[in-house]
Design a protein around this ligand. Structure first.
Ligand code: ADP
Length: 416
């Protein structure tokens, strides 16, 4: 008897047993029965032609009918189903009267089942990979949407806050001007100073929000002019001297090669970036701690490093702190002062700093062993800025072309 004849003979028993083994519920039996009949038909066809690919369309259909939940849980796979069908085939064949014929049939059927398992595994892997790719594209879209809403929120809120803030500033200035001299030192004067402090802080926050939304929308204008890194750092040193003293911090601005060389950059913006980094070092270093600003010259670049022995940053947060509102830890525990230890802020300083540095063609990153308020492992912020011998745009080149040489000589003389 040929394998085809043998298959025809075992078909009724195979059908009943396969159905019993695979059907989990009464409702499933009818559709499963049809599927098993199709499988058996195609199995016969594969034996007749010697081509296992006859099974592929049905197997592909089975894979496609796998639900999303099954895919995600990765629990369901068709491999055990094919294995069960092979098991049933083996059982039914072994019950036939001629072991030799059964053995010969098995020899023909085994490669077909092996092909089916290999095909199903491949299809499932492809389907799962496609599912993961779609998921990741969806997550990326969600993140982009979220980032866009953050951006929109910042832009709208900054705009809406600007008008009332300007009113507060105007009226409090007028009030101060009208306050009789003798009252300026009394309660009224103190109350006005309180309003001044608040409005200045609010102005800084609104300005930060405007800067962030400009950076987000690629609108940050960089006015390239001749700048010297050491001069900018000297300004920051001067600005922070008072708070450094009051917090009993030790801060050292080291002279380093290249810092007294002229390059092109936006002085105001670079100052803002350096100021943010030094203020952060102050804010996240306990009273009595040490801060150093140092650097080095690299081919085509100058690197400035801001080193503190403060609370440090968890490696998992090294990227996140450069994102908008990328504050880490519990914001509720922070004081609202800008320079006190762990003083608060909206979490916009570093994204702005990054935006400024990148707009100059530079890079910024942080190095820190981790976050520990007791051991204080510290942080090192690295800023890499391109050294530009020439202004990057024609306008600046025209404006500063002749001045460049004079400025370089003057500064060299000043530093000699
Ligand atoms: P802000 O200081 O307003 O919270 P930033 O954008 O300047 O926002 O900083 C984001 C976060 O990065 C901070 O909340 C803080 O957790 C962390 N961070 C920044 N600089 C330092 C530093 N020198 N040491 C430890 N943590 C820092």
């Amino acid at each position: 008897m040929t394998t085809i004849d043998l298959l025809a003979k075992i078909r009724p028993a195979w059908q009943v047993r396969a159905l019993r083994r695979l059907a989990r519920g009464e409702g499933l039996r009818e559709s499963l029965q049809k599927q098993l009949e199709r499988f058996f038909d195609l199995l016969i066809q594969s034996v007749e032609t010697g081509d296992p690919a006859w099974l592929d369309p049905l197997l592909a259909e089975w894979v496609q009918s796998t639900t999303l939940t099954e895919l995600e849980s990765q629990e369901s796979s068709l491999t055990p189903v094919i294995n069960s069908l092979l098991g049933v085939t083996y059982e039914v064949l072994s019950e036939t009267p001629s072991p030799d014929e059964a053995f010969a049939a098995l020899g023909e059927l085994l490669p077909l089942f092996a092909h089916a398992i290999e095909y199903v595994t491949r299809c499932e892997t492809e389907q799962f990979a496609a599912h993961l790719a779609a998921e990741s594209a969806r997550s990326k879209e969600d993140l982009e949407r979220l980032d866009k809403s953050k951006s929109d929120f910042i832009a709208v809120a900054a705009h809406e806050l600007k008008t009332p803030l300007t009113l507060i500033e105007g009226y409090s200035d007028m009030l101060r001007e009208r306050l009789p001299q003798q009252l300026a030192v009394t309660d009224a004067g103190q109350l006005l100073s309180g309003i001044d402090t608040g409005r200045r802080r609010l102005r800084e926050i609104v300005d930060d929000m405007i800067d962030v939304s400009m950076i987000d929308n690629d609108l940050l204008a960089i006015n390239f002019q001749p700048v010297w890194v050491d001069r900018l750092l000297r300004v920051v040193e001067y600005e922070t001297a008072e708070i450094v003293r009051s917090r009993n911090l030790e801060i050292t601005f080291h002279p380093f090669p290249g810092s007294n060389e002229m390059t092109y950059g936006d002085g105001e913006r670079l100052l803002q970036a350096f100021r943010n980094l030094v203020n952060n070092a102050i804010k996240y270093t306990p009273d009595g701690g040490k801060i150093e600003v140092n650097g080095r010259m690299l081919p085509g670049f100058i690197e400035v490093v801001f080193i503190d022995n403060g609370i440090g940053i968890d490696p998992d947060d090294h990227q996140r702190i450069f994102e908008k509102f990328g504050r880490v830890g519990n914001p509720a525990l922070h004081s609202s002062s800008k320079t006190k230890f762990k003083g608060g802020g909206p979490g916009l300083g570093l994204p702005i700093t990054k935006g400024i540095i990148e707009a100059h063609g530079g890079a910024i990153w942080v190095e820190s062993e981790g976050y520990d308020e007791v051991k204080c492992p510290g942080s090192i912020f690295h800023v890499l800025l391109p050294m530009r011998q020439n202004p990057p745009d024609d306008k600046t080149a025209k404006l500063f072309g002749q001045e460049q040489e004079t400025a370089r000589i003057t500064h060299a003389k000043e530093n000699s």
